[in-house]
Design a protein around this ligand. Sequence first.
Ligand SMILES: [Cu+2]
Length: 119
Amino acid sequence: MKLSIAVLVAVALIAVGLFATVGSASTQATVVTVTMTDFHFKLSKTTGFKRGVAYTFKVVNKGAALHNFDIQTVKKSKIIAHGKTTSITVTFKQAKKYPYVCDVPRHAELGMAGFIKVS
Ligand SMILES: [Cu+2]
């Protein structure tokens, strides 16, 4: 009797462990916070991007003006107001430098532009 309970507990623990492993592998993307000000982007992660890996860019507008985060040819966030947050999830397909900008007129030339280097 004692032995069978121990076996049951062991099986239950293994099952929980398997579920936890599968769950995290399929749903977790690396979160990168993109802080937007007038007129600058600051990314919480700037190096070590890998192709084939999912990244969720959490885009936060701390400026006064409207802004967005547009990874050109890949995906763009919506344009958001001061104090708002939005997000986009991206999996880069190629090892190259992906340019990003803010799409609001003149913001890129004022400094809201950069590159994400993917290897
Ligand atoms: Cu902007």
